[in-house]
Write a protein that binds this ligand. Structure first.
Ligand SMILES: Cc1cc2nc3c(=O)[nH]c(=O)nc-3n(C[C@H](O)[C@H](O)[C@H](O)COP(=O)(O)O)c2cc1C
Length: 196
């Protein structure tokens, strides 16, 4: 009898900030690894996914091992006893950030985020907003102080990108770096390695 426990999933939440192509790229790369993905898309995330990628949440299911409804607060990932390797919310809307930083857990995404904070597991938030109000700045600080990593969807301009896809790949690569997922999505500053 095998005693090995099932691989811990990475929870991927997709919410309604601009940046759905980054989520798509992250999911596509993860699907090429042996890391199981638990996916949740909020209604706002679905609206932006449609607007920016011409896709529906069901189109993302092929990249995930498990997909949950954002209203399913009884899902496995809503419990701290269900082990994961971490969670990323990409992109992370100001609305979801505000809820997380104030302890709200009225959706599966926000509940799973609270679980990651209380269990001291990696939680990466990828907000996209500009300019930033003092409210959002405070929310970012609060979330960061609680243990979340704020990974802004802001690419560097030394990439001299000619296509939006290059900026998307860079940001997806930065997300994957936080979970030590190997990729060839971007070349670091003055790095020698080839980029796919
Ligand atoms: C096309 C589109 C783009 C949006 N872009 C952003 C954005 O960049 N940042 C943000 O915080 N909210 C953005 N919003 C607003 C959020 O989607 C909205 O606040 C939504 O209620 C968030 O819900 P959620 O946090 O449950 O996903 C956008 C909405 C739409 C329809």
């Amino acid at each position: 009898m095998s005693t090995s426990s099932p691989a811990r999933p990475l929870v991927v939440g997709v919410t309604g900030a601009s940046g759905a192509p980054i989520a798509l790229k992250v999911l596509q790369v993860l699907a090429e690894t042996d890391i199981p993905v638990a996916l949740v898309v909020s209604d706002g995330g679905a609206a932006v996914l449609r607007e920016e990628c011409g896709l529906y949440p069901r189109d993302l299911e092929q990249y995930a091992d498990a997909t949950y409804d954002d209203g399913d607060s009884a899902a496995k990932i809503a419990s701290g006893s269900s082990s994961t390797r971490g969670m990323v919310i990409v992109p992370c809307s100001g609305n979801t950030l505000a809820k997380i930083s104030h302890g709200f857990a009225d959706t599966l995404i926000t509940r799973a985020a609270q679980v990651h904070l209380k269990e001291r597991r990696p939680l990466v938030l990828v907000p996209r907003e500009t300019p930033l109000s003092p409210i959002t700045l405070r929310n970012m600080t609060t979330a960061a102080e609680a243990g979340a990593m704020m990974l802004m969807a802001s690419p560097p301009y030394y990439l001299k990108a000619e296509r939006v896809e290059e900026l998307v790949a860079y940001l997806a690569g930065k997300v994957l770096d936080q979970f030590s997922v190997p990729h060839k999505l971007y070349r670091g500053w003055k790095a020698d390695e080839a980029v796919a």
